[in-house]
Structures are given as structure tokens and as C-alpha cells.
Ligand binder design. Structure first.
Ligand SMILES: [Zn+2]
Length: 93
């Protein structure tokens, strides 16, 4: 008489855990966007500091403050990496 009741309770607990896990998982799918928003709220000047510039060598967009700067024929160029900068400079000389 005892054991069946226990099994029934275990089943309920397991079912509860599964429902909870599924609920948490479905919630965490939407969480990343929340986290990004929270992280960005720290730096409101994000657009100014991280303005995207195009790397003329490989076509990648890089944040201006982490781009490799170079001047060619009076024009300022931005590259994603030193390799791209050097490659582009070699090709345009
Ligand atoms: Zn590049």
C-alpha cells in the first residue's frame, strides 16, 4: 500500500521538475536579448564609440575604436586587422 503512493509522488515530482526545466529553458531562449540590453545600458555612448567602418581589404565591418587606422592618399582607412592593413597597403602601392 505504501510503495504505490511513493511512486505516484516521485512521478509527480519528476513531472514537476520536467515542467520547471522546460519553463526555464524556454525563458532562457529570450534571456540573451535581455542580457545584451543590460550590458549595453552601461555604455550609452555605444553608437559613438563603436561606429562601424568597412575594412576595404576583406569587407568586414569593424568598430571604429578597435579598427586599425591607416592613411592612403589623404584618406583615412580602417582595417579589421594589421594583416588586412598591410595587405591593402601593399596592393595599393
Ligand atoms: Zn580585414
Amino acid at each position: 500500500m505504501g510503495p504505490p503512493v511513493c511512486l505516484e509522488m516521485i512521478r509527480l515530482v519528476i513531472a514537476g521538475i520536467i515542467v520547471y526545466v522546460v519553463y526555464r529553458l524556454s525563458k532562457s531562449l529570450f534571456a540573451p536579448s535581455e542580457k545584451i540590453l543590460k550590458g549595453r545600458s552601461g555604455g550609452t555612448s555605444r553608437i559613438k564609440g563603436e561606429e562601424l567602418v568597412k575594412d576595404p581589404c576583406c569587407g568586414t565591418y569593424v568598430p571604429i575604436n578597435s579598427a586599425h587606422k591607416a592613411t592612403l592618399n589623404g584618406k583615412t582607412l580602417y582595417f579589421c586587422s594589421r594583416e588586412c592593413l598591410e595587405k591593402y597597403m601593399k596592393e595599393n602601392n
